[in-house]
Design a protein around this ligand. Structure first.
Ligand SMILES: [Zn+2]
Length: 149
């Protein structure tokens, strides 16, 4: 029996994985990456929303400076490799749906305040450019500070 078509964007099995070591970097809600903020000489952890196009982020409190236009360096918490893609203002992750084989590539800006996300297939064909969405500002503060990407 054929499985019904499922929109990959809404699949609960979506996992973001490191393109270098294939470790899963996400749970259902967040992608956890190492973050280097070279302009402020600060290193910490950043959590990105797994909803593609949602630019809300959380950062660990050791990172105090968060200035639009500043470039971040993101890396894998497991293999520590840089996730940079092509130029040093973009990062790359793979997306898997329900198995360990990457189905999509996602490229996003690492510049604070720049809303840029592109989904590609594994051959590099652009599938979707994600429009800017209004971030949800209703999230309350906890031990993580909430900021907009
Ligand atoms: Zn890795």
């Amino acid at each position: 029996m054929k499985k019904p078509m499922e929109s990959p964007m809404e699949s609960p099995m979506k996992a973001f994985v490191c393109p270098h070591c294939s470790v899963v970097l996400s749970d259902n809600e967040e992608i956890r990456l190492l973050m280097d903020n070279p302009s402020a000489e600060e290193v910490g952890v950043i959590r990105l929303n797994t909803e593609v196009g949602n630019y809300e982020v959380k950062r660990s409190q050791e990172v105090r400076q968060w200035n639009p236009g500043n470039k971040l360096i993101l890396s894998c918490p497991h293999c520590k490799k840089n996730l940079q893609h092509d130029d040093d203002t973009k990062a790359l992750l793979y997306i898997c749906y329900g198995n360990n084989v990457p189905d999509l590539q996602i490229i996003f800006s690492t510049i604070i305040g720049e809303h840029y996300t592109v989904l590609l297939d594994m051959k590099g064909q652009v599938l979707q450019k994600i429009p800017i969405e209004e971030p949800d500002r209703s999230v309350s503060k906890n031990m993580w500070e909430h900021f907009t990407w």
